[in-house]
Design a protein around this ligand. Structure first.
Ligand code: ASP
Length: 311
């Protein structure tokens, strides 16, 4: 049996200790820990990496602390449009949805696109119709409303910007895009990412998170990657697949490849953010170029970490 590992993130950005209270910090760490525990229990029972990442991301989507599912940010028209994607490194199967509304767990819908449709990527109304046909849970607008998020929208609108959720200058910097990567006991890897996008984004805008090869990628030959940060530069950098390519064609390690993409390529184009990754031997890396990234990892060799700020 090989080493098995799960790593999660809950978003990256300007997350600084001075804006945190001990209570908030504890709540974030608990949420990350719960998501890791949920995913890890799948791996412990010899389950697939794919099921572990889906379970971990659902846990984070259901938590108001994060910018995904329930805690999704507002668009410029005061709606919530969510993006998600999932990929199975065993066979390169992938599923993705973008700009979907009222879906309780967008990652469940992305998974269902992968398993039950002949397509990889569905968007908007078509994705919602597909969700209805397949018994996916919907929630009313109120489910996705939070006062904090609404204030964040008003503030961002006033500044006439779009913003990573942690970067909005408010007293209460909450939430973040979520993602998970895992390697199971058989050396299969998988990745999943889910987001509400960026505060005050133009409705219809799609970021990196639901794009296979950019926000999410998994291939047993190389690695599984889930990204978070400013979506546009990540799109230009083809971020997740670039890590895989550096490993496949240049034979770099996971950590070397992630360092090049996050600390060099992305930084050169103002690509603020980070990513979590695992390789098919169960090694994990969590790398970011922003002030912080909500993150955690647990491995069957005893590695167990939860962190928010730079170490
Ligand atoms: N990458 C996401 C997007 O641009 C935002 C985030 O990671 O927080 O939609």
């Amino acid at each position: 049996m090989k080493k098995y590992t799960i790593a999660v993130h809950g978003g990256a950005g300007t997350i600084s200790k001075k804006n945190m209270t001990p209570e908030k910090e504890a709540a974030y760490l608990k949420a990350l820990n719960d998501a890791i525990a949920t995913g890890y229990s799948v791996l412990e029972k010899k389950g697939y990496a794919l099921d572990a990442v889906k379970a971990a991301v659902i846990e984070l989507e259901n938590n108001i602390l994060f910018n995904a599912g329930k805690g999704s940010v507002f668009t410029n028209t005061c709606t919530h449009e969510m993006d998600a994607s999932i990929m199975d490194g065993r066979n390169l199967d992938a599923g993705a949805v973008a700009a979907v509304k009222n879906i309780r767990n967008p990652i469940e819908l992305a998974y269902t696109v992968m398993k039950k449709s002949e397509h990889v990527f569905l968007i908007g109304h078509g994705a919602e119709e597909f969700a209805k046909q397949n018994g996916i849970a919907f929630e009313p607008d109120e489910y996705f409303f939070s006062e904090f998020r609404y204030k964040q929208l008003l503030k961002t609108k006033k500044a006439n910007e779009t913003a990573l959720d942690h970067n909005v200058d408010t007293d209460d910097k909450k939430f973040g895009t979520v993602g998970a990567v895992a390697c199971d006991a058989n050396g299969n890897v998988a990745a999943a990412t889910s987001t509400g996008g960026m505060t005050n984004k133009q409705f219809g805008r799609v970021g990196d998170s639901p794009i296979i090869g950019i926000g999410t990628y998994a291939n047993n030959k190389t690695c599984a990657i889930s990204c978070t940060g400013h979506g546009e530069p990540f799109l230009k950098a083809v971020a997740a697949y670039d890590v895989s390519c550096l490993m496949e064609y240049k034979e770099l390690s996971l950590e070397e490849a992630m360092n090049i993409v996050v600390m060099d390529k992305l930084m050169k184009i103002d690509g603020e953010g980070g990513m979590v990754g695992v390789d098919a031997n169960g090694n994990a890396s969590l790398i970011f170029n922003s002030e912080g990234m909500y993150r955690g990892v647990k491995s069957s060799d005893g590695r167990s970490e939860l962190a928010i700020y730079k170490q």
